[in-house]
Each structure stands twice: as C-alpha cells, then as structure tokens.
Design a protein around this ligand. Structure first.
Ligand code: FAD
Length: 323
C-alpha cells in the first residue's frame, strides 16, 4: 500500500543531524513507493532543503519563523500539527533524539494516534508496517505495528542505514505558512556542557572510560584515541559519579543509549546498567585489568591489561596506519 510519509529533519548547530537521513530511509520503506515528504522547521529552514532531497525526500515543506530558531515543544508542536492537518499523511518518522522523544508523544497524543518509539529496524509484512524495538534494556527485541491509523515512529540513531547522498536528485520545495501563537516557553540561552566534536548519540566510534581511568586527567588518553578514530568520548556512571567527566557523557540505563560501529570500553567493569546503553554496538572492544570483568562477556575483542599502557599503544599504531 503506497503511503505518504512525513519525516522531520532535525537541524542542530547549523547542520542536519544524520538521523534525519536515516529517518528518510525508514520512511521510504514505510511509503512502499508512495511519497516521502521532508519537513524542516527553523528560522532558516530553506538552507537545508536540497540536502534532504539529496538523501531521498521527494518533496520538502519549510516553515521559516524566528519562533522556530531553537526547539520548543510548543512552537514545533504548533507547526507540525498544522502541517499534518493539511497534508494528512499515512506515516510520520522522527529521530529518537532528545527532540523526537519530547515532540513525538505530544503530537501523537494530540492526534490520538499510536506511537512506536526507539525503533531499530522497519519492514513491511503484508499490509502491516512492522518496527523492531529493544526492550528490557536491550536484552530482547519486540516487533510492533499500528494496525489502524497513522504509522508513527521514532527511530534510534545509527541503526537504519541512510540512502546514498545524490546531489542530482530533484524535488519540490514549498513554504508552509504556519500560524505560531506566542510561545509559552522562551529559550534565552543554550549552555552546552559537552565539548565540541562528534555527537555521542550519533558517533560511529566511541571510546568510553570508567572508574578505571582514575581521574579527569586520565580521560585525555581516551580523547586522543577518539580523536584519532574520528569518534567521541563516553563514560560509565562510575566515572561520572567520581567527577572524572560530565554526566552528559554517561552511557547506560540512566544515561545515553548508543549503537556505534565500534565501542571501546576502557576500565569499565560492565555492570548491567552500563550494558543497557551500549551492548547493541556493532563491535565491542574491552580493555580491563581484571580478566573476570563482566564487560568481557559482551566484548567481541578483549584486552586484559592496564588501559594506560594499552590505549596509547593503540593510538600510536592507528596513527601509523593512517599515514
Ligand atoms: P567499576 O565497577 O568500579 O569498574 C572499574 C573497572 O576498571 C574494573 O573492572 C577494574 O578492573 C577496571 N580497571 C581499574 N584500573 C584499570 C586500569 N588501569 N586499566 C584497565 N582496567 C582498569 N552505570 C552506568 O555506567 N550507566 C548507567 O546509566 C547506570 N545507571 C544506573 C542506574 C541505577 C538505578 C543503578 C543502581 C546503577 C546504575 N549504574 C549505571 C551504575 C552501575 O551499577 C555501576 O556502578 C557502574 O557502571 C560502574 O562503573 P565502572 O564500570 O566505571 O566502575
């Protein structure tokens, strides 16, 4: 069944987030040959329209408004609900990001529709669109579909492959005149705690440190390896609690859930709450002094040793191979 599917493109710090392109790929599956429509909400949405098309959107709807310069559920909610009312799509896909987690339930509630959150795969079986999502902190997966009404899902970053970018693709770009009433929330300033660089939730490579790193200074060796691999640094709660790094780097049940191509765990014991946030990484490398550490149970490659010896050696070897 051909469907019209809307995809919310997420703009952050002057760029579209990768998950937007992954959402387009998911929407293509859901659309079954129907139309994939990108939606961009921003004060300068038009800057990103061609990129959305290059990644596979057939058409793009722009809402440009100063009130959409930074995300608020109020402003974005008003804009998207008006677009949905006009477009009447059969599907909506958003990223399972901080924005998507906030906006999607609000929109679903207003529309009285179902919502499948945090999907890691999508397929069409018969006339049903079936999403796979992790449950029990990633120990099992369930398959869900919404039998009646709009197919609405948020997708976890780094799980559904984006389509190849094709700059020759063309598509219609139109402006939508949304009436955004005065916002109840005004964002005056955004203060970022994380250092600049690769976003943890979308990073393809993560070098994570635990209590075994022993100090804030100790994280420098991990940062060096992460920089060499073009990745991001993450942490266990043990490291955050010990004040070695900021809580925004915490991975796990009460931190971020990540699925990079490569996860290098350094001085992390592998508590169940930590595994909940990273065990679905594609390749896991563990470096730990203790051969009995639980992290080795989920690791594809294990190195028993002192991270302060192993990590600099790894960085050096990788740097050599990159020359
Ligand atoms: P430790 O368990 O102390 O492990 C340190 C490891 O470093 C050891 O295995 C040790 O052998 C190794 N080591 C020491 N020195 C070296 C060295 N020089 N070289 C190599 N290895 C070395 N934890 C999370 O991570 N994320 C969460 O989201 C989270 N949520 C939680 C929610 C709840 C409700 C609760 C109760 C706990 C939660 N925790 C979470 C905490 C979790 O239970 C563990 O306490 C925590 O993950 C331990 O952190 P760690 O592995 O860094 O420290």
């Amino acid at each position: 069944m051909a469907r019209k599917v809307l995809v919310l493109g997420e703009i952050r710090e002057g760029a579209l987030r990768n998950v937007s392109f992954e959402a387009i790929a998911a929407a293509k599956t859901v659309a079954e040959g129907g139309e994939v429509v990108g939606v961009l909400l921003s004060d300068r949405a038009s800057d990103f329209a061609q990129e959305i098309i290059a990644y596979g959107a057939d058409r793009v709807i722009l809402v440009e408004d100063e009130k959409l310069k930074t995300y608020t559920s109020d402003g974005f909610g008003q804009a998207i609900l008006q677009i949905l009312d006009t477009e009447k799509p059969e599907g909506i896909i958003m990223g399972h990001t901080a924005l998507g987690k906030d906006l999607a339930p609000k929109v679903a509630a207003k529309m009285e529709s179902g919502l499948i959150s945090d999907a890691t795969a999508v397929e069409v079986t018969g006339d049903q669109v079936v999403f796979t999502r992790p449950i029990y902190s990633g120990k099992a997966f369930e398959k869900n579909s919404i039998p009646d009404g709009i197919v609405f899902a948020t997708i976890r970053p780094n799980n559904i492959a984006a389509l190849e970018k094709d700059g020759t693709r063309t598509g219609e770009v139109s402006s939508f005149n949304a009436e955004i009433k005065d916002l109840r929330t005004i964002i005056k300033e955004i203060v970022r705690k994380t250092s600049e660089g690769v976003d943890l939730s979308e990073a393809k490579v993560i070098v994570a440190g635990g209590r075994g790193v022993k100090s804030a200074n100790g994280f420098k060796v991990l940062q060096d390896l992460a920089n060499t691999l073009g990745g991001a640094v993450g942490a266990s709660r043990g490291a955050c609690d010990a004040d070695y790094c900021d809580y925004s780097l915490q991975i796990g049940q009460t931190g971020k859930v990540v699925t990079p191509d490569l996860y290098i765990a350094c001085g992390i014991s592998g508590a169940i709450q930590h595994l909940a946030g990273m065990s679905n990484s594609k390749v896991i490398v563990a470096i730990n002094k203790d051969p009995e550490a639980n992290i080795f149970q989920v690791a594809d490659y294990g190195i028993v040793g002192d991270l302060f010896e192993v990590v600099p050696l790894l960085t050096e070897e990788i740097k050599k191979s990159l020359v």
